[in-house]
Ligand binder design. Structure first.
Ligand code: ZN
Length: 264
């Protein structure tokens, strides 16, 4: 159990270093019941990703990918955001979180109400036609394995990054720019070993930002402040403490003519 004093210290440090940007990984979704794909018991232990989810395999035979995706995507609607996702959405609404970068493809941040989100690995909720680029939104996908575009009969591809595929350039660029210009990077539930999640904390720190980590175990993110525990437990506490710290700074700061944050 992280002591209240450490949460308060983190909140004070973050309040002094806005704007805040968050980087989230599989850990936060595990708390909503989604097993990390790469972990023991995860999807890629049952199905070899080289066969089922690499871009080469998909180009050769998309039906392999679509044969395992159906079950997973049907369950996707059953998963709901946990208090960690909800706290991050609240921070955004309060004008305290400028942007959220996620490695997750499950859409739970948006379901919780987050709006300013970069999905580094794409989204399971979107599918597009490789021939005509028409977009489909899950779970409304044409039937069949592989499903074919209603308009042109082209092969449909998920808008997620498959193994061997490059990250979407626009998302990567936005993530780097957010990390380079934030005052504090809040790293949540990522092992920070897969690129670019591994380098974003370094970019933030290199530009003078504070790095705060919420995780079950300390990652190589090199955070100055580490809050050990589940995101669903720590983030609501941190959000409350942060609101308190901001109000305190606001009552002192207004005297010095600072702009108070919105919607506290
Ligand atoms: Zn099409």
């Amino acid at each position: 159990m992280v002591p209240a004093s450490l949460i308060e210290e983190a909140a004070r440090a973050i309040a002094a270093r806005l704007p805040l940007v968050a980087l989230t990984g599989a850990g936060i979704s595990v708390e909503s019941g989604i097993p990390p794909f790469r972990s023991p018991g995860g999807l890629w232990e049952k199905f070899d990703p080289a066969v089922y989810a690499s871009i080469e395999a998909f180009r050769r035979d998309p039906s392999k990918y679509w044969s395992i995706r159906g079950d997973f995507i049907r369950r996707l609607d059953d998963f709901i955001p946990n208090p960690g996702h909800i706290a991050l959405a609240e921070l955004e609404r309060a004008g305290l979180l400028r942007h959220l970068i996620t490695q997750n493809i499950d859409g739970l941040h948006q379901k919780a109400g987050s709006r300013s989100v970069t999905e580094l690995h794409g989204s399971l909720r979107e599918i597009f036609c490789l021939a005509c680029n028409r977009r489909y939104h899950a779970p409304h996908i044409p039937p069949g394995t592989p499903p074919r575009c209603d308009d042109c009969g082209g092969v449909l591809k998920p808008n997620t990054v498959l193994f061997g595929e490059a990250l979407p350039a626009e998302a990567l660029e936005r993530a780097i720019q957010e990390a380079a210009t934030c005052g504090c990077l809040l790293v949540v539930g990522t092992s920070a070993v897969v690129q670019p999640a591994a380098s974003l904390p370094r970019i933030a720190r290199g530009n003078g930002a504070l790095v705060v980590e919420v995780n079950l175990e300390r990652s190589p993110a090199g955070a100055e402040l580490f809050l050990e525990g589940a995101a669903g437990v720590i983030l609501p506490r941190l959000t409350d403490a942060l609101r308190g710290s901001i109000r305190l700074r606001q009552s002192k700061g207004t005297r010095h003519g600072e702009d108070p944050p919105r919607n506290l």
